[in-house]
Design a protein around this ligand. Structure first.
Ligand SMILES: [Zn+2]
Length: 331
């Protein structure tokens, strides 16, 4: 508690710094002051998670009974029907966490609000926690940002590819050969953005991502004049709907034919990787891409923080062992 309020003054200074870092990104309805006011104690955080988890009153996770007694001194509940004792965070991603909840709340807020993402190192410094704790915390928050439901994209859809990582500068085809990672971007104009970490930019690979994400009834598919797109469109029967913009001749817009909306989403990704994460290993790239897409697709969502907390409280625990087995080389 004292720690929290001790931090309050420092946070006012931090806020100025954060505004600078976010380059004027929307601070939505919840700014840092409101966050501290609303969630500045373990009790406030716990009550908030309770309300998110059980909006219609506490329910026993074992027998679903609603006859529950609160054991206030232990922050637990006792089921009157089956005598099971549980807490608001039992079985969730917060299960067994040794971190104070307010640090979870603050880290989630920072990750939601920073347009280019935030590195584990930065969270470590801001929350005064170890790098290992910060890395694990960031990955668990990021893990909940994976969008499960992916309806087909429709209308006008732009597809483009870019290359990230590696030591050589540049993002063209030559750079791809210099061991950079391929990211395919697909964006419905006025709609959702999706990024994928792809093995290569061959026709078959491009065709697979387009087939899996774009509706058969799409109006128009726009790409640049990279030859593999022609092969890809042929494979999936989209050639008649395919329009290209001739980037190799420095033409970028012809009427409605351009790939500017998907390209504009690549720039925070590249800045994020260069400026925030510094080094993203190939193993982690998909997780970072999911985080970027989640934030991008929610950039106008005034309730992004609440919605992310909702995802966290409804996610099951992600053990450190399991996470490090999936992504062994921590970035
Ligand atoms: Zn029960």
């Amino acid at each position: 508690m004292e720690q929290v309020f001790g931090c309050l003054v420092r946070f006012h200074v931090l806020r100025v710094l954060l505004n600078f870092l976010f380059h004027g990104a929307s601070m939505s309805e919840l700014d840092l002051c409101a966050l501290i006011e609303d969630f500045g104690s373990e009790e406030k955080c716990r009550r908030y998670l309770e309300r998110l988890r059980w909006p219609n009153g506490v329910v026993c996770p074992t027998c679903k009974s609603k006859k529950i007694s609160r054991i206030a001194e232990r922050n637990q509940f006792d089921c009157d029907s089956c005598r099971y004792q549980f807490s608001a965070t039992a079985g969730t991603i917060f299960h067994d966490t040794h971190l104070p909840l307010w640090k979870w709340f603050l880290a989630t807020y920072l990750i939601c609000e920073s347009r280019k993402g935030m590195s584990a190192n930065q969270i470590k410094r801001m929350l005064k926690i170890t790098y290992k704790t910060s890395w694990y915390l960031c990955h668990r928050i990021r893990h909940t940002m994976i969008t499960v439901a992916k309806p087909d994209l429709d209308g006008t859809v732009e597809v483009d590819e870019t290359f990230v990582g590696g030591k050589k500068k540049g993002f063209g085809m030559k750079a791809a050969k210099a061991a950079k990672e391929v990211v395919i971007g697909i964006r419905q104009r006025g709609g959702e953005l999706r990024f994928f970490h792809a093995a290569d930019v061959k026709s078959g690979t491009l065709a697979q991502y387009i087939r899996e994400n774009v509706s058969k009834h799409v109006d128009v598919l726009v790409t640049d004049d990279f030859s593999a797109y022609h092969g890809a469109m042929k494979q999936i029967g989209f050639s008649a709907k395919h329009r290209t913009i001739n980037h190799s001749k420095k033409v970028y817009v012809v009427g409605d034919i351009h790939t500017n909306t998907v390209e504009s989403a690549f720039s925070p990704l590249k800045r994020g990787i260069v400026g925030t994460w510094h080094r993203v290993s190939a193993k982690h790239l998909s997780a970072y891409l999911d985080e970027m897409c989640f934030r991008f697709n929610n950039r106008k969502n005034d309730f992004l923080f609440r919605d992310t907390m909702l995802k966290l409280i409804n996610s099951s625990n992600l053990e450190y062992k399991k996470l490090t087995a999936e992504v062994r080389d921590a970035a």
